[in-house]
Design a protein around this ligand. Structure first.
Ligand SMILES: Nc1ncnc2c1ncn2[C@@H]1O[C@H](COP(=O)(O)OP(=O)(O)OP(=O)(O)O)[C@@H](O)[C@H]1O
Length: 562
């Protein structure tokens, strides 16, 4: 690569002779006398001039010696004070020498290549690139910069940028002063112009010698985004109209997300909808388990009931009467007419048991008995009733680990887990974020009578970068907030909740060691969890509060082999 510093090999001169040689190299410029890795030298002229002298009388000069594997920068440094540097190989054999004249010409050649590459590269880019030196003066201003900011190169080169832009807009000044890099920061230098900026400090030997800023004109994306917002809101409106007019509609249509992961999950759920077997829905909080349960139930165009029960919210004393119902006068305080239980209400349809992992053990036994026998009695009743509903259960807990820990009955687990679907967390299907964004903006703009025309690109980039621990529910809440806090139809970055702002807009710190520390910390935590759980990855993932897939990804990334 001609634009880089030459290698030792490229600079090596071989026209030399050893004093011990029988036959001298006719082209030799130097004579070298060697003792191990110490070398003395004479120019050929000196040698020829005093050839008749005794060896000891020659004015031998001690040469600087470097190994062929030395760093070229060290050799260049040495050539600032010595004319010649002798290069030896691993066996201390002299390979040749490097002199400053050859070095200068080779380095100049590399510089010419580098300069040509650099000039052509920056002139080929559409975006703007500018560089300021230590004194804050503009030293690079590309065609792209001229076009975007309408300032000719001749005017700005050599002058301070502050003379052309308001100080608060000058990110490269902040970068110069603080050494911080910025990524994807958006600003609006003119009414009709949106740009996205990256900036980085330029270091030489740990000293900041300038700052570079690269700006991309994103005006057309912003305008396209606005048009997309309008179009998507019209499409959503039409979809709603169409599904109202259609007699049978696809109940999965309301589940937004077209990522491959989501398509696969929906297609599996549709297949399972066609059976009447019990289904277990797994996935982190807020991923949409209840939404899937409803879509599965309604997929067959069912007009039968869908009854949801939150198992975590039922108290043990009310479990039986809630589930099985009671006869009139069954207990004091009961409805005098008696009451149907959830099982009876769901007859012919679906009983959705949400948070099944929170059902206490003694209630698990009662539920299991119904699932096995398919019959039950109302509290205080003598008539045997038949349980004629499909069960869809859901949990964000690790039931397998609970079975192992004896906090969930194994037999109930197998009864419920005839078919199971895992709904992937939002961070593993970031492609769905934009679709969900449009959906929720549409929903909340209707609800709150607020028309949203513009979403600041920085907001979308923040939404895409965030990890969404609370999944779709959290995103829905954030969008509700954004719509409520919108000003004149625009959703701005300032409306984002602090945790989204923090995780996305912090400047990129130029400190690899910080990342290394974080990686080490994470690695130790993972190893510790796996060891504590005696190698059980599922249990370790649970302990760490992440999914098993995320654990495996992290182990791969951090090269943990256990
Ligand atoms: N794919 C989706 N498309 C549109 N809305 C969704 C989607 N997934 C989830 N939601 C919405 O997100 C919110 C949370 O969904 P849901 O209650 O189904 O999650 P969950 O997994 O059952 O949560 P939890 O484990 O806390 O009970 C709801 O408002 C739901 O409408």
């Amino acid at each position: 690569m001609k634009h880089l510093l030459p290698r030792i090999e490229d600079l090596l001169q071989r026209n030399f002779s050893l004093y011990s040689d029988m036959e001298f190299n006719k082209e030799a410029a130097y004579i070298f006398k060697q003792h191990h890795n110490e070398v003395w030298m004479l120019t050929i002229n000196e040698y020829l001039h005093f050839k008749s002298r005794n060896i000891k009388e020659f004015d031998w000069k001690k040469a600087s010696v470097f190994n062929e594997k030395a760093v070229i920068q060290d050799v260049i440094q040495e050539l600032q004070t010595s004319d010649v540097v002798v290069i030896i190989d691993g066996e201390e054999k002299i390979k040749g020498y490097i002199n400053s004249a050859v070095l200068v010409s080779k380095v100049f050649e590399s510089y010419q290549y580098l300069e040509a590459y650099f000039r052509t590269m920056i002139d080929t880019m559409d975006g703007s690139v500018s560089i300021v030196d230590e004194a804050g003066k503009t030293v690079v201003w590309t065609h792209g910069a001229e076009r975007i900011f309408s300032i000719p190169k001749e005017e700005i080169i050599g002058n301070k940028m502050e003379e052309f832009f308001p100080k608060d807009m000058l990110l490269n000044k902040v970068t110069m002063d603080t050494g911080q890099s910025f990524r994807h920061k958006q600003h609006k230098p003119r009414e009709d112009l949106f740009v996205m900026i990256n900036s980085s400090p330029i270091f030489i030997n740990d000293r900041i010698v300038g700052a570079v800023a690269a700006e991309t004109d994103i005006t057309s994306q912003v305008i396209m985004n606005q048009e997309l917002m309008n179009a998507s809101s019209k499409i959503l409106q039409l979809q709603k109209e169409v599904s109202r007019l259609q007699l049978s509609h696809d109940s999965f249509q309301q589940i937004k997300g077209s990522s491959q992961l989501m398509k696969e999950t929906i297609s599996l759920s549709k297949k399972m909808s066609e059976t009447s077997a019990n289904i277990l829905l797994l996935g982190e909080t807020g991923v949409g388990k209840e939404v899937f349960a409803k879509a599965i139930h309604f997929y067959r165009g069912s007009s039968s009931p869908f009854i949801a029960v939150n198992c975590g919210a039922i108290t043990p004393s009310l479990f039986e009467s809630e589930f099985f119902g009671y006869e009139k006068g069954a207990f004091s305080g009961a409805d005098v007419k008696g009451k149907k239980g959830k099982l009876e209400l769901a007859n012919g349809g679906t009983l959705f048991l949400d948070e099944i992992g929170d059902l206490p053990l003694d209630m698990q036994v009662k539920l299991l008995r119904v699932l096995q026998d398919k019959t039950y009695y109302r509290v205080g009743g003598t008539k045997q009733l038949t349980a004629g509903c499909r069960i869809i259960a859901a949990t964000n807990k690790d039931l397998e680990a609970m079975v192992e820990a004896n906090t969930f009955r194994e037999d109930l687990y197998y009864r419920l887990n005839i078919l199971s679907i895992t709904i992937p967390p939002l961070r593993e299907r970031k492609e769905d974020v934009m679709e969900l964004l449009h959906q929720f903006i549409y929903e909340f703009s209707l609800l709150y009578h607020r028309t949203i025309k513009i979403v600041d690109p920085q907001v979308t980039s923040a939404l895409l970068q965030y990890d969404w621990p609370g999944n779709v529910r959290e995103m829905r809440n954030v969008i509700e907030r954004l719509v409520l806090l919108s000003v004149e139809g625009t959703i701005t970055i300032g409306a984002l909740p602090p945790k989204l702002l923090q995780s996305t807009l912090l400047p990129t710190v130029n400190d690899d060691s910080l990342q290394d520390d974080l990686n080490d910390f994470e690695k130790n935590k993972i190893i510790e969890a796996i060891q504590t759980e005696e190698g059980n990855k599922q249990a370790a993932a649970k302990k760490l509060g992440i999914s098993r897939a995320t654990l495996y990804n992290k182990m791969k990334k951090l090269k943990i082999e256990l």
